[in-house]
Ligand binder design. Structure first.
Ligand code: SDX
Length: 382
């Protein structure tokens, strides 16, 4: 038995606490390094696919060609949504925030899965495949419905990135667009025990089910301090308006002690390696799609922040350039965080399976700061 925690162990925000062991992501916050099972994120972004990286995260190694074909076939067989989920999506108010719609539909998927409450490794891998395969369809179906458009059936001959863009836009994506999205999915797939992944661990550690765990993770990801930051970056760029106003707006925000969305990180005190790659990507896409001023505004914000706060270890994080990338891909602003959820489904489900392989209920102590020995006062005397 570990010794009972005392007040001196209190670590606000768990900023200095190691709460899990994992073989999935290695993050070196000082040197700005991210590896999935030992492979540098930059090498995966340049050479891998989201599906291959998902296999890597789940199985702890790269797949053989046959294994990758088998995973692709298993995912594509699960692209479609149960009719009941489509019917449910059609009941959502059209102005629902997409992350609420996603969280609701993902939780409801449990009602259509006979494996939902089966917690053995095989059942959980089947659920992981269904969640990674169906999340894009939920996001696309809600966006089509709220836009008054026909919901589009998935195309199992396409990979996840291409199929998502097909279901969203009703047209086959260009190779460049599909590749750009696939790279974004790889970059966002996993990242240690970030807030949403930790949420999923807490829930699955009670031996609850994977759908409940993922629904909780989606709730955590939504927050602007976490996955909601990419939407916050885009809203900030829209608020600034054009390149000539960047300095004035950022100076004002800094003077007001406002957090600049897309900057800073609990672990990285160096440039987020995912932002490094995304920055080059965002520039190329911005040039191709006539969004160069957006990229230049982002670049200017980075220059200002570099002067003011780099010394404090505050650099761009993954969300900063993913905003320009998603905007250039033609994604609506409030679909940016759902994009993050589509990618992170791979990491969340992987961590759930890893936790269950060597589970212990996650239940930290708390330091009581309230009073003692207070008498109960009857209502008549209050
Ligand atoms: C993601 O954890 C993960 O791995 C997350 C993620 C993943 O892949 O899952 O990487 C994805 O969530 C990236 C982060 C996206 N969030 C944002 O971009 C929101 C803006 N960032 C900040 O809110 C902040 O940087 C956090 C929340 C990300 C991290 O904050 P911490 O570790 O709790 O540190 P803090 O808020 O206490 O800040 C320390 C200091 C403070 O200054 P002082 O009070 O000490 O003078 O740094 C300052 C902060 O004011 N600071 C910022 C800042 N971030 C921190 N100042 C201005 N702008 C910022 N963005």
């Amino acid at each position: 038995m570990s010794p009972a925690p005392t007040e001196k162990n209190f670590d606000k925000g768990l900023a200095n606490t190691i709460a899990a062991e994992s073989k999935m992501s290695f993050i070196d916050g000082v040197n700005g390094v991210l590896e999935y099972v030992g492979i540098h994120i930059d090498h995966l972004a340049r050479n891998s696919t989201f599906e291959e990286s998902t296999f890597l995260l789940w199985e702890g190694r790269l797949p053989t060609e046959t294994e990758l074909e088998e995973l692709n076939a298993a995912l594509r067989a699960e692209y479609s949504l149960p009719p009941g989920i489509i019917d449910l999506i059609r009941t959502f108010p059209v102005d629902s925030p997409p992350m609420h719609a996603l969280q609701t539909a993902i939780a409801a998927l449990a009602l259509h899965d006979s494996d939902a409450d089966v917690n053995d490794p095989e059942a959980n891998r089947r659920k992981a495949i269904r969640l990674v395969a169906k999340t894009p369809a939920v996001v696309a179906a809600f966006d089509r419905f709220r836009s008054g458009k026909e919901i589009i059936e998935p195309r199992p001959e396409m990979d996840i990135a291409s199929n998502f863009l097909w279901m969203l836009n009703g047209e086959e994506p260009t190779e460049t667009m599909a590749k750009a999205l696939d790279v974004c999915l790889i970059l966002h797939a996993d990242h240690g025990t970030n807030a949403s992944t930790f949420t999923s661990l807490v829930i699955i550690s009670t031996l609850s089910d994977m759908y409940s765990s993922i629904a909780g993770a989606i709730g955590a990801l939504r927050g602007p301090l976490h996955g909601g930051a990419n939407e916050g970056v885009m809203r900030m760029l829209e608020e600034i308006g054009d390149l000539s106003k960047v300095d004035e707006v950022i100076e004002r925000k800094m003077a007001n002690k406002e957090k600049i969305m897309g900057f800073g990180h609990r672990v990285y005190k160096a440039y987020d390696p995912r932002a490094t790659y995304l920055k080059t990507f965002a520039k190329g896409l911005a040039e191709d799609t006539g969004n160069m001023e957006l990229y230049q505004m982002s670049n200017r914000i980075e220059e200002i922040m570099n002067e003011k706060v780099a010394a404090k270890g505050i650099f761009p994080n993954v969300d900063f350039y993913s905003a320009t990338t998603y905007w250039s891909l033609g994604l609506k602003l409030d679909l940016f965080t759902p994009m993050f959820a589509i990618a992170r489904m791979s990491g969340w489900t992987g961590h759930c399976m890893e936790q269950l392989a060597d589970n212990k209920l996650i239940r930290p102590g708390s330091s009581y700061t309230g009073p003692h020995e207070i008498p109960y006062v009857p209502m008549s005397d209050r």
